[in-house]
Design a protein around this ligand. Structure first.
Ligand SMILES: Nc1ncnc2c1ncn2[C@@H]1O[C@H](COP(=O)(O)OP(=O)(O)OP(=O)(O)O)[C@@H](O)[C@H]1O
Length: 304
């Protein structure tokens, strides 16, 4: 039995198609990522799978249970960390955790082995109200609360959004450790650097899945050379490159632009030369998952 099966799910809000024909499966023990920008439909899908929202069309099962007919059992069996902070701000760390344990008819002690690693990091602040914790600590507490009843499947909706880079890294280290305990995890993120930490990912945009694969296969399937470019005036460089028909895609990547071209590179250089860009640098770049994602987004936009 697969932990998550999604078949042809559709969901609209008025005229807006939030999800369009979404299908995928999550395997036993898998860390599966839904990757996409704001508005891609990730939270809507989480809400359908955690039985908080009904799809217009399509079927889905979680741990073999139908999200419509068996919603009560699913609610008992899954852990869900919603995108927005879900804890009680006035309750302390300890009180929040005990509260979540109680509503699932269990105790913190009963499943302590599962949360021990994470809880120990916030235990020194056990008496502090959740509202007074840093973003990274809130996120650890929210994860403990989602795990306290030993869920059979874990849903984490944008757990690292708005969290500092160090806490983001720590969080992903925690997820890798959780994975070794065999809990299948569906996690969403808008951050591409987190995509590569998943076993498989679905790249989403505007309510549709563009590709599902392992991060390595997605990168391997990227068929174009990528050029890293920079100049003193990056704003003008990006504007000039995007205005040139020989440039296929161009977007900011760290301190460089990542550029793909549908002409010889020499033609791009010849186009830029008279424009007088100071400090212009052009060098080959190694394609990453961001490049694959941008290419897929562009292809989808061209089809639309
Ligand atoms: N209850 C609702 N009523 C109307 N529109 C909605 C509702 N919920 C979501 N939407 C719209 O559906 C689309 C998908 O939203 P969703 O929250 O699922 O995206 P997301 O990928 O999770 O991004 P975000 O990080 O912004 O939440 C967006 O355009 C959003 O405005």
């Amino acid at each position: 039995m697969l932990p998550i099966v999604v078949e042809h799910i559709h969901k609209s809000f008025g005229d807006l198609k939030a999800l369009h024909d979404i299908s995928f499966t999550v395997n036993e023990g898998e860390l599966f990522g839904l990757i996409g920008p704001d508005g891609a439909g990730k939270s809507t899908l989480f809400r359908i799978l955690t039985t908080l929202l009904l799809a217009d069309k399509g079927n889905a099962t979680v741990n073999g249970l139908d999200v419509v007919k068996q919603y009560r059992t699913i609610r008992r069996e899954v852990g869900y960390m919603p995108g927005r902070f879900s804890l009680y701000q006035d309750l302390t760390i300890e009180e929040n955790l005990n509260f979540f344990a109680t509503i699932f008819n269990t105790t913190v002690e009963e499943n302590y082995d599962l949360i021990k690693d994470i809880y120990e990091q916030i235990a020194p602040f056990a008496k502090r109200p959740a509202g007074k914790l840093s973003g990274g600590m809130k996120q650890k507490l929210a994860l403990c609360c989602a795990l306290v009843h030993k869920p059979k499947v874990l849903f984490l909706d944008e757990p690292t959004t708005g969290v500092d880079p160090v806490s983001r890294k720590e969080f992903w280290d925690m997820l890798r450790r959780l994975k070794t305990k065999g809990i299948p995890i569906l996690v969403s993120t808008p951050y591409m650097d987190e995509a590569i930490l998943c076993d498989r990912v679905a790249l989403m945009q505007k309510g549709a899945i563009m590709q599902i694969n392992t991060p390595a296969n997605i990168v391997a399937g990227f068929g174009m050379p990528v050029w890293a470019m920079k100049a003193d005036n990056m704003y003008r460089l990006i504007r000039d490159l995007r205005a040139f028909e020989g440039v296929y895609s161009c977007y900011a990547f760290g301190e460089y632009l990542h550029v793909t071209v549908n002409t010889e590179l020499e033609n791009v250089k010849a186009y830029l030369a008279p424009l007088g860009h100071e400090g212009l640098e052009i060098k080959p770049a190694k394609p990453g998952i961001e490049d694959a994602f941008m290419q897929l987004m562009q292809e989808q936009n061209e089809l639309a």
